[in-house]
Design a protein around this ligand. Sequence first.
Ligand SMILES: Nc1ncnc2c1ncn2[C@@H]1O[C@H](COP(=O)(O)OP(=O)(O)OP(=O)(O)O)[C@@H](O)[C@H]1O
Ligand SMILES: [Mg+2]
Length: 276
Amino acid sequence: MDSLEKIERLHNRISMLQVVTELEVECKTSSFGIPKQTVIYDAKTVTANYLENEGLKFPVIAKPLVADGSLKSHKMLLVFNKDGLRKLKPPIVLQEFVNHGGVIFKVYVVGDYVKCVKRKSLPDVNEDNLGRLESYLSFSQVSNLNTCEKKDDKYYKLMNLENSELPPLGLLGDIARGLRRATKLHLFNFDVIRDNRVGNRYLVIDINYFPGYAKMPNYERVLTDFFWDVLNRNDMGFKSLKEVRVLVGNNGCGEDEGTLPLSPLKMEENEKPIRV
Ligand SMILES: Nc1ncnc2c1ncn2[C@@H]1O[C@H](COP(=O)(O)OP(=O)(O)OP(=O)(O)O)[C@@H](O)[C@H]1O
Ligand SMILES: [Mg+2]
C-alpha cells in the first residue's frame, strides 16, 4: 500500500522522530515534542561528559539505531550511571528517560481513522535512588509483555490504568494528521508519553509502520472499511473518505468507549490516490 522508500524513514530512530520535530501543530493547552536524544556510532565516544554536553543526564535509554522490527532492534538498556555506559553497543540512540507515570499511549492510525489505547509502561525512576541502583537494566518489548506477566508483577499490580487521564484528543488527532501528511504513510502507530515534570507536555517516543493492529479494538471493521475505501477510491475519490473519528478506549476492550468525533481530516488537495 505504502511505498517502501517512505516506510524506510521509520526504520531509523533518528529520522523517525525527526519528522515529529518538523510538525506544525497548534495547541493552546498542551505542547508536544520528542525526548532529548543523541546518536552514538563509536562506543569510545560515550562518556559522562559527552552526555552532559549533549544536554542528557542519567537515567538514559539506549535504543538500537535500527528499528526494523527485528528482535535485536527491540533490545534496550536503561542506563542509571556512568558504569552502565560501558555496556552500550553502537550504533545506538541515547535518549533521556522521561518519568511518565508508567503509562504509555499507543495511537493507531488507519488512514483517516485514529485510535488511542492506554498501556502499561516502564515505571518512573526516582533520581534520589540512582546511586543505589544497578548501573543498567536491560529490557525488551515492554508493551508486549503479556497480561499474565503483568498480573504477577508487584509494580503492575499497583498500576491503575483506568485512572490515568488521556492526552487531549484534538492534539493526538492533529499529530496523527501531521505525521500522515509528512510521511505520506497510511498505516502506522506512534507511542506517546506524558512528561511528568511538566504535566501537559507530550512526547512521541516511537513510530511503527503497520503495527500489530490486533491490539486495536474493532480492528477487523476498521481495516476492512479502510481497504474497502481504498479499493473504491476511483469511484469515490480519497476526498470523500468518511470523516475521521478518534475512538478512545482505556484498556483496548470497550469498542465504543470514549468515542469522540474530531474535525475531519481532509486529504491534501494535491494528494494523489494510492494505486493498488
Ligand atoms: N524516552 C523515554 N522515556 C521513558 N520511557 C521510555 C522512553 N523511551 C522508551 N521508553 C519505554 O520503553 C519502551 C520501549 O521503547 P520504544 O517504544 O522506543 O521501543 P520499541 O522496541 O520500538 O518498543 P515497542 O515495540 O514495545 O513499542 C516504551 O514502551 C516505554 O515504556
Ligand atoms: Mg514502542
